[in-house]
Design a protein around this ligand. Sequence first.
Ligand code: 1CP
Length: 343
Amino acid sequence: MRKLLLETLTGNPGERVPFWFMRQAGRYLPEYREVRASTKSFMEFCYSPEKAAEVTLQPIRRYDMDGAILFADILVVPDGLGQDVWFEAGVGPKLTPVRDNATFSKLGMAGFHDKVAPVYETVARLKKALPEDKTLLGFAGAPWTVLTYMIEGSGSKDHGAARQLGYGNPELFSRMLELLVEATAEYLCRQIEAGADAVQIFDSWAAAIPEPMFDAWIIEPTREIVSRVRARHPDTPIIGFPRLAGAQYERFVAKTGVNAVSLDTGVPLDWAADKLQPSVCVQGNIDPHLVVAGGKPMVEEANRILETLKSGPHIFNLGHGFVPETPPENVKLLSETVQAFRR
Ligand code: 1CP
């Protein structure tokens, strides 16, 4: 059976535009909150294959998206490398910060796959459970975005400690990047071997990085991951997401070798159709806050996006993830709008 999303990713779009949504599994769904409440620790939840597979499938049952994204978190990778990672209710992720050689030397690949093995098990379960026409998406955080958490020890506004370490101790910083490239490439390959049809690399904090650093911290590590994954799995599409990278999106696409690129909410669509779509599939980019508001403005904007990108490969998605206050009925209306559109 055809997997429309997978075929669109490889540059063969059909008549209908396939869709999935970032954070489609999450707190806006009551059935997610119910399963989530059965496990205290968020990391433990990510490492519970039965529960993680269940919440991955919940939005597909409700809205019939073309893609299901593995439920896990980008911070599984530092956890697998031996850093302490935990989530505090109402605060978010916490990690013991790594800012010097001594703390960094405690991290490594030994034990990585054993620690994250439940994630591979989740992928394997999903492969069996998903209808044949659905595309199973694996994912990882990009090295730069994951490094911001590893260095800061939490989420942060401007990633100041990470930038300062990148400028002030480039030797340590590049060793950290290299370890993340290795771990991330391995992690994605194992997800593909467990059944993922395609993978997305989330670089959520790619905003406002100066050009030379954008090349060194964002493009080069991503290019290296793409090249390592492709060497083992040449037919598996890879989606990049250099969120808020502005004009640097174009260089990102040209140099990393990704098959598709996810557009944040601010990317102008005529520009994307002109500069990006001729070489890659694009994905995006409705404002998640417009889905909170819903109604006619949401439907009109969805149709504008679909129209503007209809002459090349396009996967409908958000510009960033759903926020917890999103009304589930608005997601239904949005899904129906995309399903009804014909190119
Ligand atoms: O308790 C909860 O339910 C917390 C909310 C939550 C969820 C639903 C977190 C904590 N992670 C997740 C799942 C998740 N995270 C997925 C699963 C699949 C899906 O999209 O449906 C994915 C792909 C991620 C990826 C992720 N985690 C990113 C990259 C994408 C993005 O949103 O920018 C990032 C930055 C994280 C870190 C993270 N995890 C959770 C929170 C609250 C945060 C952000 C903290 C911050 O603002 O710095």
